[in-house]
Write a protein of this length. Structure first.
Length: 102
């Protein structure tokens, strides 16, 4: 099974830093990362977990509690295509079959 790598955005959410700060830390070799296709930064989850406490202590970041509102917002952000597609399909099916049930 292939290992799923984290993007800069995902690491920024995990560590509570901006994407630019993540890029700067990676470029300074303070955050373990590697480049895919010579351009895109990717991170291994295990390595980020190992340095998470060090980074949080260095930047004096409070522990972030994951609220339901934030979880919902993140779900919509990552699944917006599927949500919109499902709505379009339901509307199309309703339009096609509405006359059959009248």
């Amino acid at each position: 099974m292939k290992e799923r790598l984290l993007t800069t955005r995902e690491v920024s959410k995990i560590l509570g830093l901006s994407e630019q700060e993540i890029i700067d830390l990676a470029n300074a070799n303070l955050l373990p990362s590697f480049k895919v296709a010579g351009e895109f930064l990717r991170f291994r989850k295990e390595e980020i977990s190992k340095v998470k406490e060090t980074i949080k202590n260095k930047y004096n970041l409070p522990e972030k509690k994951h609220k339901l509102k934030d979880a919902f917002r993140e779900f919509v952000y990552f699944n917006d295509f599927y949500i919109v597609s499902a709505i379009v399909i339901v509307v199309l099916l309703w339009t096609i079959f509405k006359d059959l049930f009248v």
